[in-house]
Ligand binder design. Structure first.
Ligand SMILES: [Zn+2]
Length: 407
């Protein structure tokens, strides 16, 4: 079969089996390149293929590779790598983690792309987000797969320059349109046939529901905060090195990644919207565990006009919300940063009706999680995420916030 016919046949196979991906599949542009090992994509919907390796691939093998590349592009894996400031040395583990996220969504009976990781190989269950596989998954030792800059945003030697016009590749605006179209097709397909894979459905729902933006924003900030800290390798003296017996009286430090210390200051003054506070807390709980941090290791300080003593609880819903007076979060922030070990990441959940410290606490990244419509401005040194009411009828807010209903 000629290479052009091979691509056409594989694309039809893919669109027939995954009809909701058709808009993305037909936007792919194939470039023959013998620098690439087998097949790899870039961020502009271009797929570089080495026909010396791929000429005898059955239609479904190339078809699954197309589905896979489209997956990296639709899910924004390159941008997500940028969000956590992915390091070159973690690139293959990142690709494995993203591949595990995508491989969940292949239909039964379809072979995984060659050499790509499954959730099982990373030691984790199915249906998790790529970041969960990345932070919590085991690193594979066998030869790993480079799916191209489509998967991690790191330019590859075969990548062509960004497209100047539509025919050279897909531009950023077109990419947004393709994403919207596929998300809408995935939901329609699910309504009519009920067979859209779970991960795809979750992606489509989150893309088409703008109210969830604060969750994505908060997620990005937390992931980045956690990644920065876990990425900073620390020479720790806490556990003796196994070589110590050979080193007489000198204690050798152990090289290990540090688990970040996270604290939360919770505004419990009378002005707080309890329902949104509950939403913000359950979201933080979920996001931290996604980043490999158990909620029970997080210190929580309630604060109205004064700070309460730190609480450590198993889940966000167990926090005792003590307070109800005026607001001075300076007290809570001070209490949090003075408690040892001092936090690497401090989340301040509030409606914003408070005074703030004039400068950032040293060595602590601080994020204000502002609950409610149009919260007041915050100092420049403070990162902020605004948590708003959702009017999405599909979302069951009452269930999520029921734990504070008894207050
Ligand atoms: Zn991949």
């Amino acid at each position: 079969m000629k290479s052009k016919d091979q691509v056409s046949a594989a694309r039809l196979w893919a669109a027939y089996n995954y009809p909701y991906l058709a808009s993305a599949l037909f936007a792919l542009r194939f470039v023959a390149d013998d620098k690439v090992d087998q097949i790899a994509g870039d961020e502009y919907f271009r797929v570089y293929i080495n026909y010396d390796s791929a000429h005898d691939w059955p239609v479904e093998v190339l078809g699954v590779e197309m589905i896979h590349q489209v997956g990296h592009l639709l899910r924004g894996h390159a941008l997500r790598a940028q969000e956590i400031e992915l390091r070159e040395s973690d690139l293959f583990h990142w690709v494995d983690a993203m591949d595990a996220e995508l491989n969940d969504d292949l239909l039964d009976g379809h072979v995984l792309p060659e050499g790509s990781a499954s959730p099982d190989e990373l030691g984790l269950p199915e249906s998790l987000f790529g970041e969960e596989y990345f932070f919590r998954g085991t690193t594979r030792t066998e030869p790993q797969r480079d799916c191209g800059s489509s998967a991690h945003g790191n330019p590859r030697p075969w990548d062509e320059p960004p497209p100047k016009q539509g025919k050279d590749g897909v531009t950023a605006e077109e990419k947004d349109l393709i994403r919207q179209r596929v998300a809408s097709d995935a939901l329609t397909h699910h309504r009519n046939h009920g067979s859209t894979p779970a991960g795809m459905l979750r992606w489509a729902n989150s893309l088409l529901t703008p109210q969830v933006n604060w969750r994505a924003e908060l997620g990005a900030k937390l992931r980045r905060g956690i990644a920065e800290i876990t990425g900073a390798v620390d020479y720790s003296y806490q556990r003796p090195n196994r070589r110590q017996s050979f080193a007489s009286k000198v204690i050798l430090p152990n090289l290990r990644a540090r688990v970040p210390e996270v604290s939360v200051v919770l505004d419990t003054s009378a002005s707080m919207n309890e329902e949104l506070l509950g939403d913000a807390l359950s979201e933080i709980d979920g996001l931290l565990s996604t980043g490999g941090i158990r909620f029970e290791s997080v210190r929580v300080f309630t604060c109205d006009s004064e700070a309460g003593s730190p609480q450590k609880v198993r889940k966000a819903s167990d926090i005792q919300l003590i307070g109800g007076g005026g607001t001075d979060l300076n007290q809570g922030i001070l209490a949090a940063v003075q408690t040892r070990p001092s936090p690497d990441l401090l989340l301040v959940v509030t409606d914003g009706g408070t005074l703030w410290p004039e400068s950032s606490p040293s060595r602590t990244r601080t994020v204000a999680v502002l609950v409610g419509e149009d919260p007041p401005s915050t100092p420049d040194w403070l990162e902020r995420v605004v948590v708003k009411e959702s009017d999405d009828p599909n979302r069951d807010w009452s269930a999520k916030s029921s734990h504070i209903a008894s207050l």
